[in-house]
Write a protein that binds this ligand. Sequence first.
Ligand code: NAD
Length: 497
Amino acid sequence: MNARTNQESPYQGRLLIDGQWCDAADGARLERRSPAHDQLVAVYAQAGVQDAQRAVAAARRAFDQGPWPQMKGAERARILRQVADAILVRKQALARMESLENGKPLAQSLAEIEGAADLWQYAASLARTLHGDSYNTLGQATLGVVLREPIGVVGIITPWNFPFLIVSQKLPFALAAGCTCVVKPAEVTSGTTLMLGEILLEAGVPAGAVNMLVGEGSVVGEALVTHPDVDMLSFTGSTAVGKQALAQSAATLKKVALELGGKNPQIIFADCDWEAAVDAVVYGVFFNAGQCCNSGSRILVQDAIAEKFSAAVVERSRHVRVGDPFAEGTQVGAITTHKQLASILAHIEGARRDGAQLALGGARMNRPGLYIEPTVLTGVTRDMAIAKQEVFGPVLSVLRFGTLAEAIELANSTLYGLSAAVWSRDFDTCLTAARRIRAGTVWVNTFLEGHAELPFGGYRESGIGRELGRLATEDYTETKTLHMHLGARADWYLAQA
Ligand code: NAD
């Protein structure tokens, strides 16, 4: 037993191909060490291109020959509900794995796993209600029926910040529609996805309907992106890799859904509920160590309150509890990878060079593990890189504005458009801003809340398409028109004669 991680021995993960757990064709393996303790926590079979080919072939067979796509919606729903229940039964083990690999506090992993189980439940309801359309208004001789068919084999590629939640924003909805899938989690956080694979097999998902590959994005991810037998790609990750995947997918003209980065503004008006806004700003940027696509990484504060509000944010941020993910009361855990740690520190350094002032933090913490101090940068102006680029770390940029029009203009001044928040007690201010901000989600007097019923996704370089919501399964379908003729058909040849 490892005293620090409380783990018996490293998790052993293999590839899931055609209903079987197997090693990579070339025997390659990869190891994962915990970012909070630097302990070996998992050893995986590492897939290569040959394994990706086998996984796609299995998904193709499972789609073309069934039985998953041909099953009744009610039967698919039953299995998805069973998965949801099994996730809850194993939530402690799943949460532990998530915290070991990602570095986030255990309580937050637990909440993530429970939230994900709810998505499986919700997708089950959509499996039963997915339907097409009919047209009985086209005249006596015509009946039009619009079918919704599963699109086919879906390649699912996920990042490391919310590994279990994000795979659950995609996989159950694709399965509900009747698709078969090949899932590639981020190589540093594959554990909970493979544990989900075990649950899927036990719940009765047929062999080949879900395949899982642990491996490098540039190898296995790219193999899925470019494979002609993958009909759709559902990708969550960085904007840079998303753009590359979109370009590479063009050769096979597959459908592509992208959930990418963000530089999400919280706009703080002078008449806001002060306490609630301060708390949401601190939560919004430090939750998950800022490694959130939805991170509220910049706040736009109205001039009249800017000094006092920034000071209040700095004061509360000073007391955020950063530490071991497994320690009681930890609010912010470790940064997930060495690469991300270096990237965050480089962003902070760049901002200081550009003239931003360090009001709090700014450095790696002097303790074992990958930790960065909660950081607040004031005096940030719109021309600085830190005002526009995603940091993906516990770093808040404070900008100022005068009028509502300026706030909206500033909010819309980056290439991203994932989410935003408006804080004001004035109804007109809230709704005017909310309607004019170009983002997929605008929170009004709250931040970072989500529900399975509400669609999620980005404008502009934050992505293409929407997940969740009642239309989530439709995204994984093709539309087929049945144009049916009743009675005698007018003869074209004779009519021309
Ligand atoms: P990333 O783009 O580096 O990796 C994401 C996934 O893509 C990983 O599984 C990776 O292995 C794979 N990948 C890497 N190169 C690839 C390639 N050439 N072809 C195919 N796949 C490849 O992103 P990350 O660092 O894991 O995650 C952080 C990013 O994800 C941030 O930019 C964040 O904003 C974004 N994100 C967005 C959302 C959203 O819903 N909009 C949610 C979470 C994270």
